[in-house]
Write a protein that binds this ligand. Structure first.
Ligand SMILES: [Zn+2]
Length: 415
């Protein structure tokens, strides 16, 4: 080090400001479904970004797009997304994404879920981990950083709707509008244990097995759809064994590893069965439903064709059925060697004090839709711990140290 060069000043977030932000953000009941107060939270956040020099756009989904793309009747009210852009003349633009909706606060809570309560080194409240804590951390990080210097990237921040209902109105809609523009992306809808570099795609399916009704006393005159559905289930269970023997090259998350599964795996489930109207009526239909989780090495179309191929021979055995697929989010994967992945990991190590592992999620993310369509290399990293933050359960919480650590990580990543 030259004598006249001073070591770089460590920029620290204002802890009280961070906690105050979190308290305010948690108080908005952006529960989805119904997701009926997005406008309120967006209008509260917008001036905060504008005061920091961001150009903001409030994007309300047009009613006709909502009607065409969001068929979920539980959703009520306008869909408002917020985009906040800051151009600092940097070479690259970083897109930062989080969703503003939360799951319903059902079950037995020890505290008011819409009041961020500090207790024993943690904050409790619906959304403190998933993922409003990261939104508060982002604002606190930007406030601290921008008072000292320019960030090293141009920033494009997207705060969106309906992630928790697997909806279209948030990040997917913005992707199709062409609003997801940049060179790198950080999805804050994750955990702080691992850096996420992948996720499974999801396809839901149903099979309607057909029969013919008859009086149960002369059931030989009918065709029993419930009994026939067993043959369909047997085929699916055979296929399940084949599918679930496969593994991705991407590592599994820590809790999945703890049960002995080292790599991301594909899944085939039968999760619902509906058939029959009365004990003495031979049922004329039985509907099986389930899902298929698709690893990045598989293709969504192939996964659907594979199920079709498994069931098709039943037709020649006289089983009549109708098979339907409902493809959801695609799988996602990022090259573990990508420089962006290293940059995120190293920022975590420098400011949170540990080198996070890389992992891929068994679940499915709307982020994958954006990553697939735009090709922007993405890391998923957020606040909260997979095994202790009670995400989607009562007493959702985050360690205050993690919240502060995450804020420092963001400062490090951006400076
Ligand atoms: Zn989430």
């Amino acid at each position: 080090m030259r004598e006249d060069s001073k070591p770089e000043e460590t920029i620290l977030p204002d802890r009280d400001y961070l906690m105050d932000l979190l308290k305010n953000i948690i108080s908005f009941r952006t529960v989805a479904p119904p997701g009926d107060c997005y406008q309120e939270i967006v209008e509260w956040l917008e001036p905060i970004f504008r005061d920091m020099g961001f150009e903001t756009t409030k994007m309300k989904m047009p009613a006709e797009v909502f009607a065409a793309k969001c068929s979920d009747s539980r959703l009520v009210g306008d869909r408002y997304n917020l985009q906040a852009d800051l151009s600092v003349g940097a070479e690259k633009t970083l897109v930062i994404y989080a969703h503003l909706d939360v799951v319903p606060a059902e079950g037995e809570w020890d505290t008011d879920p819409f009041c961020a309560v500090q207790k024993n080194g943690r904050v409790y409240g619906r959304g403190v981990s998933d993922c409003k804590g990261s939104v508060a951390a982002l604002v606190a990080a930007l406030k601290a950083l921008l008072s000292k210097k320019k960030p090293k990237y141009n920033l494009s921040i997207l705060l969106t709707t309906d992630e928790e209902v697997g909806g279209y109105s948030g990040l997917c809609y913005l992707t199709d509008l062409g609003q997801v523009k940049g060179d790198l992306m950080l999805c804050m809808d994750g955990f702080s244990d691992d850096v996420g570099i992948g996720s499974n795609g999801i396809i839901t399916w149903d099979v309607m097995v057909k029969g013919r009704s008859a009086h149960s006393g002369s059931s030989f005159l009918g065709v029993n759809a419930v009994e026939r559905s067993i043959l369909v289930m047997e085929r699916l269970i055979d296929l399940k064994k084949v599918v679930q023997a496969r593994r991705s090259r991407l590592p599994a998350s820590s809790p999945v590893k703890s049960v002995g599964i080292e790599n991301l795996m594909p899944i085939l489930n039968i999760t619902m069965i509906n058939g029959g109207v009365k004990e003495n009526i031979v049922p004329d239909r039985c509907v099986l439903r389930g899902d298929r989780r698709v690893i990045p090495e598989e293709r969504m179309e192939e996964a659907m064709e594979e199920i079709e191929r498994a069931l098709e021979p039943l037709r020649s055995e006289g089983i009549d059925f109708e098979l339907k697929f409902y493809p959801g989010y695609p799988p996602m994967s990022v090259d573990p060697e990508h420089a962006w992945v290293n940059e995120v990991r190293e920022a975590v190590e420098r400011r949170m004090g540990f080198m996070p592992q890389l992992s891929a999620a068994q679940g499915s993310l709307d982020q994958a839709y954006a990553t697939e369509k735009t090709g922007i290399p993405t890391c998923v990293y957020g606040v909260g711990r997979q095994l202790e933050s009670n995400i989607h359960a009562p007493n959702e919480n985050v360690r205050i140290a993690d919240l502060e650590g995450y804020t420092k990580f963001l400062i490090e990543l951006l400076q």
